[in-house]
Design a binder for this molecule. Structure first.
Ligand SMILES: CCCCCCCC/C=C\CCCCCCCCCC(=O)SCCNC(=O)CCNC(=O)[C@H](O)C(C)(C)COP(=O)(O)OP(=O)(O)OC[C@H]1O[C@@H](n2cnc3c(N)ncnc32)[C@H](O)[C@@H]1OP(=O)(O)O
Ligand SMILES: Cc1cc2nc3c(=O)[nH]c(=O)nc-3n(C[C@H](O)[C@H](O)[C@H](O)COP(=O)(O)OP(=O)(O)OC[C@H]3O[C@@H](n4cnc5c(N)ncnc54)[C@H](O)[C@@H]3O)c2cc1C
Length: 661
């Protein structure tokens, strides 16, 4: 699509784009993280879009389960080949966002890239990396991360798969003792992978040392047949991601060499002696890494959904505002703006928090290399909280965008249903959100109770700021609103701690008191993480070196985000005295003003996300706004439309209709 050719474009969209009062390319660079990144992303996307191998013969929704898998595997393999052919030696981690949309419904090689390789990087010692890293990066072996079992996903300590060390032959014996110990869910495990990292309970010298990672060959490298002692398969259709062969796995006393235990952090020596790690949760490192990646991935899903919903809302006309006047664009309804524009604001909140989290991760990783694990709990808490809020915000945001598109949003061809199913899975995988938020709460209560002790953990340093409990903000700058978030989080933590203490003082065991307070603890964790997001949003926009136009747009979006979230949880702000009922009413009024200010810029802001039509894959969201023709053309692709009268008519309907004669 030639973006300079207005003749092919819907007139409403032409008018919307003429209202733009900021530099779109500059905003695109901010979204990508710099000019060079924009250029690189575009280069990759061009490479993919212009390659006919990525086209589907028929829409995936009309394919059988096997064909969907096979078609997506074909494209995934081609993609890996193509990326490997590039000579730049680029970091695929940085470019992963550029690939969004090229594979449609789960990528059988995703967990190889996002977990198997990182597990080798993070858990294998140098000799082991020598053996497996190069091969996995060159895709000579394809792996997955097999942790979850039928009986346990959340409670990693409860895993039942055993790895028992046999010092006589220096081997581990992997065994699945019960049906509930069957590995269940790993992406690509069913049919694609020939290797995997298995998390199993380590037994040596008669003692259990808890879950540890082991690398295991699953299939013959020549024939791809599963090895003796290993039972493998696919788990069947899911809500979404149906091209990814999530699998099951059982071991029958399957032996692997001692050196297949990933030994960067803990070791089992030849005689069976266990050498413990610097920190006993280092074996959970792969999960933490992916949680960080998920925050960025969620922002991208939301960019897709909000681009579709905003453009469609500009093209779609319905009902009337002024009686008797032409039907307005639905984007002119304040309620529609309230659906769509806060989701645009949310995209930037997620982008900026993802970047901040990534920086913290790099510095914690650097410290870990020097044997310093002090900030591991801080990273665990932040990555858990941000993974949880980003996945639930993005899933809700995508769903709101679908609702904003009315009936057409329910069509597969809008690409909103698939965007939703591809996002909501992140609420569950990589640590179910409630469970992760309770981990954040645990860290908050612990930090609150150790006020005065220097831990170097900056995300919770505000908990020591007891004086602010009494102060109520009367100013309405963005900074002041962020202070209100801080006050609300602090006061919830104080309330939860007091409630826990009271129950314990009354004789309850701490763990019962914890369960009894867990709804409140969840709120603490959400408020704390929201405060973190708001603070990063405000600081990033405030310190941004940008043109006035771009800065104004981002300031308004940031303010809208702050006020939107205050109004969603206003009870917490009132309860702690951070804001008064009058303040809330004023802010609610201002939120509507902000919607009106941002409305004329909405199409241009989503244009700045710069998602090519071929990747957006939506009849409703295309750049030219030619929605109705596209909807009609897509409908014609239904196999039911191949004939006027389907066979099923003769088989079932005709006999029914004639039976009463
Ligand atoms: C070269 C290529 C690079 C590519 C990079 C890609 C980047 C990715 C980008 C995008 C990705 C998108 C696609 C992703 C696809 C993923 C598919 C999904 C995969 C999976 O789902 S894998 C399975 C995931 N499973 C889980 O997450 C399980 C969740 N459960 C847990 O994590 C734990 O069981 C628990 C944390 C809930 C509890 O653990 P437990 O051992 O019982 O601990 P507790 O007793 O509760 O706590 C003890 C103590 O330890 C602290 N702690 C817990 N975890 C950690 C940790 N990870 N680090 C540090 N500390 C930890 C806890 O807070 C307690 O501390 P305290 O005693 O209070 O001080
Ligand atoms: C699409 C998808 C892909 C996946 N890919 C992989 C993969 O590649 N590798 C892999 O190993 N796994 C994978 N998983 C599994 C995933 O990691 C687990 O499903 C997830 O960790 C949740 O565990 P669970 O299913 O046991 O849920 P459960 O823990 O049984 O959760 C059920 C309910 O119990 C609640 N609950 C559980 N424990 C607590 C608690 N302590 N306190 C309060 N409430 C609690 C939860 O909040 C939830 O409401 C995948 C899952 C999905 C959906």
């Amino acid at each position: 699509m030639d973006k300079n050719n207005e003749r092919e474009c819907n007139e409403d969209l032409i008018r919307e784009r003429r209202k733009c009062n900021f530099n779109i390319e500059e905003l695109t660079n901010i979204v990508d993280g710099g000019k060079a990144r924009t250029a690189r992303r575009r280069e990759i996307q061009r490479l993919l879009i212009n390659d006919p191998e990525f086209l589907d013969e028929i829409p995936q929704d009309y394919m059988s389960h096997e064909d969907r898998y096979s078609n997506e595997l074909r494209k995934s393999a081609h993609l890996m080949q193509k990326l490997a052919d590039q000579e730049s030696g680029h970091d695929i981690h940085q470019d992963i966002g550029a690939l969004t949309g090229i594979l449609k419904d789960g990528n059988p090689l995703m967990v190889h890239l996002s977990m198997f390789i990182p597990a080798i990087l993070g858990q294998a010692n140098s000799e082991q990396q020598e053996k497996w890293l190069g091969r996995s990066l060159r895709n000579e072996i394809i792996g997955t991360y097999a942790q979850t079992e039928l009986g346990h996903g959340t409670f990693v300590r409860g895993l039942e798969t055993r790895a028992t060390y046999d010092p006589t032959v220096e081997e581990f014996v992997l065994h699945t003792p019960t049906i509930t110990a069957t590995k269940w869910w790993p992406g690509g495990l069913g049919k694609t992978c020939n290797y995997c990292v298995v998390m199993a309970q380590l037994y040596t010298q008669g003692r259990c040392y808890g879950p540890h990672p082991f690398i295991v060959q699953l299939r013959d490298e020549e024939t791809h047949r599963s090895l003796p002692g290993i039972t493998l398969g696919e788990i069947g259709p899911r809500l979404g991601l149906n091209s990814n062969d999530n699998g099951f796995l059982k071991f029958e006393n399957h032996r692997i060499p001692r050196t297949n235990m990933l030994m960067k952090h803990s070791q089992v020596l030849k005689d069976g002696t266990y050498v413990k790690p610097l920190h006993n949760k280092l074996s959970y490192g792969t999960m933490m890494l992916v949680r960080v990646g998920i925050v960025g991935a969620c922002s991208r899903s939301l960019q897709y959904a909000v681009t579709i919903a905003t453009r469609y809302s500009a093209v779609r006309h319905q009902s009337e505002i002024v009686p008797g006047q032409p039907e307005p664009q639905i984007l002119d309804y304040q309620t529609q703006q309230y659906k769509v524009i806060p989701q645009i604001a949310s995209v930037f909140a997620l982008i900026f928090s993802a970047r901040s989290l990534s920086k913290i991760q790099s510095s914690v990783t650097a410290k870990l290399k020097d044997g310093n694990t002090d900030l591991l709990p801080e990273l665990h808490s932040l990555s858990s909280g941000l993974k949880a809020l980003s996945s639930s915000d993005a899933s809700w945001g995508v769903e709101v965008c679908r609702l904003a598109c009315g009936g057409h949003g329910y069509l597969a061809s809008s690409n909103l249903p698939r965007t939703y199913t591809g996002t909501t899975c992140a609420i569950t995988y990589e640590g179910e959100n409630t469970v992760l938020l309770l981990q954040v709460a645990r860290y908050l209560i612990k930090s609150y109770r150790s006020i005065g002790k220097e831990t170097g953990a900056s995300s919770v340093s505000y908990l020591a700021d007891q004086t602010s409990l009494a102060s109520s903000s009367s100013s309405f700058s963005n900074k002041a609103l962020v202070q209100a978030f801080k006050l609300s989080a602090l006061s919830l933590v104080a309330e939860a701690e007091a409630r826990l203490q009271k129950l314990c003082d009354m004789g309850q065991e701490f763990y019962h008191a914890w369960n009894y307070c867990s709804v409140l603890l969840l709120k603490c964790a959400e408020a704390h993480t929201r405060y973190y997001i708001c603070e990063k949003y405000e600081q990033t926009v405030d310190s941004l070196k940008a043109s006035e136009g771009v800065k104004n747009v981002l300031q308004s979006l940031c303010r809208l985000y702050l006020i939107y979230h205050i109004t969603l949880t206003h009870g917490d702000f009132l309860k702690c005295g951070a804001l008064t009922p009058r303040n809330i009413a004023v802010l609610e009024g201002e939120m509507c003003d902000l919607l009106a200010v941002l409305r004329p810029q909405a199409v241009s802001i989503v244009d700045a996300f710069d998602i090519p039509d071929e990747l957006l894959g939506s009849t409703l969201g295309c750049w030219d706004g030619n929605v109705y023709q596209r909807l009609y053309d897509e409908a014609l692709k239904s196999p039911l439309n191949k004939t006027d009268v389907p066979d099923a008519y003769y088989k079932y309907l005709l006999p029914l209709m004639k039976s009463s004669l």
